[in-house]
Design a protein around this ligand. Sequence first.
Ligand SMILES: [Zn+2]
Length: 282
Amino acid sequence: MSHKHRDTEYPKGLTEVFDTHAHLYDARIFDDAEGVLERALECGVDTILIPADNEATSRLAVEYVQKWDGYKGIDIHCSVGVHPHEASSYTEDTEAFLRDMLSKRDRYKIKAIGEIGLDYYYDLSPREVQREVFKKQLKLAYELDIPFILHERDAAQDCLDILLEAKKEGILLETPGVCHCCTCSAEIAKQLIKLGFYIGFDGPLTFKNNKKTPRTLEVCPLERIVVETDSPYLAPEPNRGKNNEPAFVPFVVEKVAQLKGMTSQEVARITKDNGKQLFRII
Ligand SMILES: [Zn+2]
């Protein structure tokens, strides 16, 4: 179901695919926006959500939607928020900025706060600051009744502790959001699902040496799975190592289908519905 084009494979044959996580404003793919969207549509991707990681990319995500949403019918949404890498930059002004953007969420098609969370792999902000900024934005999501996009790397237990605490305090929505680019164990995923989270799967699910993520997928009920690219990072097989783009998300769909014993088209349709439920896209 794919054909070769300049050494890159483009999956064909699916419709109704929702890439729930693509940084389309990233310099590596931004200049070719028209090509990126054309190829996405050719590969059956009709809905995309662009996540942000700081104040600047929140603006870029909103601008991208303003400029490109509706191009040949494609449905593009976005989020605003501060990534754990950037937690040190979070000030009262940042929060005021997020509140201002979120007050116009319908006009700007902002469907979530994110990415937020903890990243102890890179440790680009002190862990204490990461936890504090995560909690602040998690509270904001509850107050404004909007889901969040969780980024967690090598910090699963601390992340879960914060979420359980928030649940106890009554400041976690019934559907809090999505654990994006899931790298966690099956055990942690089960607990996140119990808390109401969706789980996002990306290119690494397709990597030949990755035994852990397929096992995690196994414990996730299909109605809680969404698919993502995390463009321009983490391109799936057979395009591993190239710049990633939404056109490649059907390769993730195919892998989910193979592991769940279903057709790719069924998985595409169901994961798209899941994404729309999660981000309240009517
Ligand atoms: Zn991302």
